[in-house]
Design a binder for this molecule. Structure first.
Ligand SMILES: NC(=O)c1ccc[n+]([C@@H]2O[C@H](COP(=O)([O-])OP(=O)(O)OC[C@H]3O[C@@H](n4cnc5c(N)ncnc54)[C@H](OP(=O)(O)O)[C@@H]3O)[C@@H](O)[C@H]2O)c1
Length: 291
């Protein structure tokens, strides 16, 4: 398949992330490269169907939105299937008559957290079909919520035997919502939770910072964006080449306020609390493929 191919794509579970991806691929960043000939999106309820139709309405001529009863039809109409429902739903979704069978000759891109490509193969071909499992064309990917503003970092890893052509398609899909990097499955769980969960941990930190403002009599909405934007500005220095540890030292002047705050955090064990939290998330991610 050439880079200028027109793709027929289905998104099963077109919720927050599915809609962000749909938006990105329907309006690619570049006029050269792949494009979407038709997108079929499925959701759980009629209310969600209406939401997706409204959100992606400008592309209605290339879009069909269906509810979950028509998942199989959506897959049959596509060459590439993005599985974007919650992982907890997978058993129910795969149990529907014809679902697994319809997926077998498709290129399957799963963004379900914690589901390895081998586990995906078992869902499609059954527990004991190891040879068939290896033949599934599949990619496991972990984007993050910043896909909504096309600033996600997505990690992806191919299943055994996935062709270079299909990897190119996966790479293109995720570049439409930010940047994307391929990595080996062995390091996927820890890296994926860093990409998928680090944002929520840092948001908790922001919440704590804002509590201090409120305690000092300043309204939260008055400082929220100031705090977030100052953090974004500082963090952007890291990809520019500043080492995080060195940067932190530079900010903390001798006898100053920052060093006082940093010492308090160290006393409270915040650094190791972050490490422990991410290790717990990675362990959960590893265990999900076998549950
Ligand atoms: N959220 C994150 O930051 C993040 C990060 C990385 C990866 N992920 C992964 O991305 C996936 C989507 O997450 P999300 O936050 O976008 O979830 P979400 O907003 O809840 O989207 C899930 C969608 O699935 C639909 N759905 C439910 N049952 C279905 C069925 N039987 N058939 C078809 N569609 C069905 C839901 O429709 P209704 O609402 O109508 O039920 C909803 O539109 C998950 O697998 C998650 O693990 C999420």
């Amino acid at each position: 398949m050439g880079m200028d191919a027109q793709l027929r794509i289905a998104i099963i579970g077109c919720g927050t992330l599915g809609t962000a991806i749909a938006n990105g691929i329907l309006e690619p960043k570049s006029e050269t490269g792949f494009s979407v000939k038709h997108l079929t999106a499925t959701v759980g309820t009629p209310a969600s169907k209406k939401r997706v139709e409204e959100t992606l309405g400008v592309n209605s001529h290339r879009l069909t939105v269906l509810t979950k009863e028509e998942n199989v039809r959506a897959i049959q109409d596509a060459e590439i299937v993005i599985l974007a429902m919650k992982p907890i739903k997978r058993a129910k979704v795969f149990a529907v008559s014809g679902f697994k069978e319809a997926l077998r000759d498709k290129f399957v891109v799963s963004i379900m957290a914690g589901i390895s490509t081998a586990a995906l193969g078992r869902l499609v071909f059954g527990e004991n079909a190891s040879e068939d499992t290896a033949s599934l064309q599949a990619v496991r990917a972990m984007p993050n919520m910043a896909a909504k503003i096309r600033e996600a970092v997505t990690l992806y890893t191919p299943g055994v035997g996935t062709t270079e052509d299909n990897l190119e398609i996966a790479d293109w899909i995720f570049h439409q919502v930010g940047v994307a990097y391929q990595m080996p499955e062995g390091s996927f769980d820890i890296c994926a939770v860093l990409v998928g969960c680090a944002g929520s941990l840092l948001l908790l930190a922001i919440d704590g910072l804002l509590d201090a403002a409120v305690a000092e009599g300043v309204k939260r909405p008055d400082v929220q964006n100031l705090v977030v934007n100052s953090a974004i500005g500082m963090l952007k220095l890291v990809p520019e080449g500043d080492h995080p540890g060195v940067l932190r030292e530079k900010i903390a002047s001798p006898g100053g306020c920052s060093i006082r705050a940093l010492l308090e955090l160290e006393k409270l064990g915040v650094r190791s609390a972050f490490t422990t939290a991410i290790l717990a998330a990675a362990a959960k991610s590893k265990s999900m493929s076998s549950s």
